[in-house]
Design a protein around this ligand. Structure first.
Ligand code: PBG
Length: 329
């Protein structure tokens, strides 16, 4: 760092803030919508669309309406969606066995979507939470999530999703060893180009509440996700998770939530030679959306937060505001 000298008026920082054109010329970060990924919820039990109460402005789509929505997103210039299923209770059990049914709802949705929109990049979450009656990401055994039993299900689920043409698998379950097991299974099946985005740094966060409402995985069994998701007091642990996942075969690593972990995004992006994605999660979305709707602040708060996530070092962002940003570009 250079020594600070008092050289006013030679230096006036405000010269470069004089008008928008000047500010644009010197701006260090840009909001490029090709770097935004829209998460979408698809339901097996509704007719067309249903607004998610805890996420105003976000919807659960039927399979048909999902395709209509995707068409709009592509027209707006977005390229990538992350799909999450919302399933009827009868499809759920303790093992989440519907997750490994090759003919399940999500597999069918993705198969159809990829036929209709081959150019669309589809990301599917790898975790059992939409399928378990507990809402947990893995299989509950004696009040604890069984790591290794869950790995079998996750790798099976991954192959099924690769079979229907999913471009990117995103394990979000936080089981140990899952990236390695999934990568080995993919290679075994000759899925050489399926990309793995590891939710490597996934903190056990209160900000996931609205998402759990959206997919219907809110759990009332009193068992939290703290025994597998990360403790938000830790930084070293984030580096350990990232290192392990890269070694196991992850192509991209993800940090979430985004806004409360800008320091982590920054240090991970500086420390590793892989792209870092961030997830501006449901609670971040709803917090901002409620504030905007109540006129607490202007909707420019959206690019402000996204820009801060890019500035921290994120390559791309999963955000429920992707469509809105594309509409207003
Ligand atoms: C499920 C999953 C969660 C999110 C993405 N995948 C929730 C959770 O772990 O309970 C959160 C996304 C959001 O809040 O928008 N494994």
């Amino acid at each position: 760092m250079k020594k600070l000298t008092r050289n006013f008026p030679k230096t006036r920082a405000r010269r470069l803030r004089k008008n928008l054109a000047i500010r644009n010329l010197v701006a260090e970060t840009n909001l490029d919508i090709s770097k935004l990924i829209q998460p979408l919820f698809v339901s097996d039990s509704i007719k067309d669309t249903e607004e998610i109460i805890s996420m105003p402005g976000q919807y659960r789509f039927s399979k048909e309406m999902l395709k209509f929505e995707i068409e709009q997103l592509l027209k707006l210039g977005l390229s990538t969606v992350a799909l999450f299923p919302h399933l009827q209770k009868v499809k759920k059990n303790n093992e989440g066995s519907e997750a490994i049914n090759p003919d399940n709802f999500l597999c069918n949705v993705i198969k159809d979507v990829k036929i209709e929109f081959p150019e669309l990049v589809v990301i599917a979450d790898i975790a059992l939470d939409p399928y378990t009656s507990s809402g947990h990401d893995g299989i509950l055994k004696g009040g604890y999530i069984d790591n290794d039993l869950t790995l079998d299900a996750l790798s099976e689920m991954s192959i099924n999703l690769a079979d229907v043409g999913t471009d990117i698998l995103a394990p979000s379950d936080m089981m140990d060893g899952r990236i390695g097991v999934i990568r080995d299974r993919l290679e075994e099946k000759e899925y050489k180009d399926v990309i793995l985005i590891s939710y490597a740094v996934k903190y056990a966060s209160n900000y996931y509440g609205p998402f759990r409402d959206a997919v219907g995985s809110t759990n009332d069994n009193g068992i939290s996700k703290d025994s597998y998701q990360m403790d938000y007091r830790n930084i070293k642990e984030a580096h350990k998770e990232v290192q392990l996942d890269i070694e196991e075969g992850a192509d991209i690593v993800m940090v979430k939530p985004a806004l409360s972990n800008l320091d982590i995004i920054n240090s991970i992006s500086k420390s590793y030679d892989v792209p870092v994605f961030s997830y501006q999660v449901s609670g971040e979305y709803s917090m901002l959306k409620y504030g905007i709707d109540k006129k607490l602040f202007d909707s420019n708060v959206i690019p402000e937060t996204l820009m801060s996530i890019f500035r921290a070092g994120s390559n791309s962002i999963l955000t429920y505001f992707a469509k809105l940003m594309a509409e207003n570009k």
